[in-house]
Design a binder for this molecule. Structure first.
Ligand SMILES: C=C(O[C@H]1C=CC=C(C(=O)O)[C@@H]1O)C(=O)O
Length: 426
C-alpha cells in the first residue's frame, strides 16, 4: 500500500457558469478526460491537481478485503483538511470533487482517486466551473482553454480475449456443475476482448456516442476506464442513499411484439428472477448495518436499454449518522450482480475460472464531493482504453439452470455497447 506523503494544499474555487449551451463533452481536452454523465447532465474534468493511487493487496488477501476503500477515505480526508475552498454554488458535485475507480479485486492494481485541475458541471439548469490551484489567487474565473474537436476512432482490429469462446463456455459449464453440487448458488463470469485502432483512441468520441445512445446510463471515463453502465451501486445525497440493482437479461426484440415477448419471458423466468433476487439480497444484507431505514421493492421491474433489457430493483435507504459514501461503497462491493453468492466462494471461483484479471471492470467507478454527495456506478459495459488499444469486458450471472451458449450470447449483446462506440461512423 502506498504511504501518503503530506497532502498538497489545494485552493479550490467554484463559480456559476453562465454559458449553458455547450455540451459537457465539448469542453474536454483530449488528454485523460474525466467524466460522469447522464444524458446532458453531469460533470467533466481534466488535469490532475491531486492523484491518489491506491496500491493493491498481496496475493492471498481475502477477496472481500476493503483496505483500498479505507485508504482512499483516509487520504482524501487529508486533502480536504488542507484545502481552502470557496464554493459559490454549493450543490452536489461542486467544491473539492474527486473522480475514482476501484479494482474489482483487492489484489488488482489500478484503484485511484483523481482531483481534476478544472471541472465543469451541469445539473437541473445550473452550470458551474471549479478550478483547483496550488497557489492562492491563481484561479481563473473562466474556462482556461478551448477544446479541440474530438477525432473519429478510425479502423479497429479485433482480437480474441484471454479465453476463446469455447474455453469460456467450458468455464460456465464447470461453474454450473459446482453450483448444482451445492458449492455455491451463483457466480458472475466475465470475458474480455481486445480492439486496436491505428492511432490513439479519442475518449471524447466514445463518451459522446455512449451518452447519446444510452441516455439513461452513467457514461464514465476515469483513469482509462470508459463505458456506459446502467447499474448504480449507490448515489448519496445528504443522508439518502439510492441503489439500482440489475441482474437478469434478455436482448431487445427485432420489432415491438418480439421485444414484448422477450420482456415477458424475462419477467416470468424463474432462473432470472432467482439470479436477480440474489443480487438484491446481497445489497440488503450489506446495507442493513449502515442504514436506519431501507425500502426495497418486493419484485423487480423492467429496464430497457438500446442493446438489452434487465430485471431492475431500485432501493432507497437513510444512512445512519457518520456513514460516508466510501463506507457504503466498501460495504456494498461486490454485489451478487458482479460477484456471486456466497460472495467469498464466488470471488475465489471467478479468480480461477476467467483466466484474466478484471482490473477495474465490475469495480466501483464514480465521484464524490467534499459535502459527502457521491455517485458510484458498477463499471459494466466498459473498456480499459490505453492509447490505441481498448480491452472490453462483459459478463453474466451463472446459476444452476444456466446454459453456456446463451450466456456467451448474452456477453456478446453486452460487448455491443463498447464495440459500437468504437466503430460507429467509421
Ligand atoms: C456482469 C454484467 O452485468 C450484470 C448486470 C446486469 C445483468 C447481469 C446478468 O443478467 O447477468 C449481470 O449481473 C456485465 O454487463 O458485464
Amino acid at each position: 500500500m502506498n504511504v501518503a506523503l503530506s497532502p498538497p494544499k489545494l485552493f479550490v474555487r467554484t463559480v456559476p457558469l453562465r454559458d449553458h449551451t455547450a455540451g459537457l463533452v465539448s469542453r474536454l481536452p483530449d488528454e485523460t478526460p474525466l467524466a460522469w454523465l447522464t444524458g446532458d447532465e453531469g460533470i467533466v474534468g481534466w488535469g490532475e491537481a491531486a492523484r491518489l493511487d491506491l496500491g493493491s493487496e498481496p496475493e492471498g488477501t481475502a477477496p472481500t478485503d476493503t483496505t483500498r476503500f479505507s485508504e482512499a477515505a483516509r487520504r482524501l480526508n487529508g486533502l480536504r483538511e488542507h484545502a481552502e475552498i470557496a464554493d459559490e454554488v454549493g450543490a452536489a458535485g461542486t467544491g473539492l470533487v474527486a473522480f475514482g475507480t476501484f479494482a474489482f479485486a483487492p489484489t488488482s492494481p489500478g484503484s485511484a482517486l483523481i482531483v481534476p485541475r478544472v471541472l465543469v458541471g451541469r445539473r437541473g439548469g445550473r452550470s458551474w466551473l471549479t478550478t483547483v490551484s496550488d497557489e492562492p489567487g491563481a484561479l481563473p474565473g473562466g474556462l482556461p482553454h478551448t477544446a479541440s474537436a474530438p477525432r473519429p476512432v478510425g479502423p479497429v482490429t479485433w482480437t480474441r480475449g484471454s479465453l476463446t469462446g469455447d474455453a469460456w463456455m467450458a468455464a460456465v459449464a464447470d461453474t454450473v456443475t459446482r453450483i448444482r453440487a451445492g458449492e455455491l448458488e451463483k457466480a458472475v463470469l466475465a470475458r474480455d476482448a481486445f480492439a486496436e485502432a491505428d492511432s490513439p483512441i479519442d475518449v471524447r468520441t466514445l463518451l459522446e456516442r455512449l451518452r447519446l445512445r444510452f441516455p439513461s446510463c452513467f457514461t464514465f471515463s476515469v483513469n482509462g476506464m470508459v463505458g456506459a453502465t446502467p447499474e448504480l451501486l449507490l448515489r448519496r445525497e445528504g443522508d439518502r442513499l439510492t441503489s439500482l440493482v440489475l441482474a437478469g437479461t434478455r436482448p431487445r426484440g427485432e420489432d415491438p411484439d418480439g421485444d414484448r415477448r422477450l420482456a415477458d419471458q424475462l419477467l416470468a423466468s424463474a432462473k432470472d428472477v432467482d439470479e436477480h433476487r440474489m443480487a438484491v439480497d446481497s445489497l440488503r444484507t450489506a446495507l442493513a448495518p449502515l442504514a436506519e431505514e431501507m425500502e426495497v421493492p418486493r419484485s423487480p421491474s423492467l429496464l430497457q436499454l438500446a442493446n438489452v433489457q434487465h430485471l431492475a430493483t431500485r432501493a432507497h435507504a437513510r444512512l445512519s449518522p457518520g456513514v460516508s459514501a466510501l463506507d457504503a461503497v466498501a460495504a456494498l462491493h461486490p454485489t451478487a450482480a458482479v460477484g456471486g453468492t456466497p460472495t467469498d466462494t464466488a470471488m475465489r471461483l471467478i479468480a480461477g475460472a476467467e483466466g484474466m484479471d478484471r482490473g477495474g471492470y465490475a469495480g466501483p467507478v464514480g465521484w464524490l464531493d467534499g459535502a459527502g454527495n457521491s455517485e458510484w456506478g458498477i463499471a459494466l459495459r466498459c473498456a480499459h482504453v490505453d492509447g490505441a488499444r481498448a480491452r472490453l469486458f462483459a459478463g453474466g450471472g451463472i446459476v444452476a439452470q444456466s446454459e453456456p451458449a446463451s450466456e456467451l450470447a448474452e456477453t456478446e449483446s453486452k460487448f455491443r455497447v463498447m464495440r459500437e462506440a468504437l466503430t460507429d461512423g467509421s
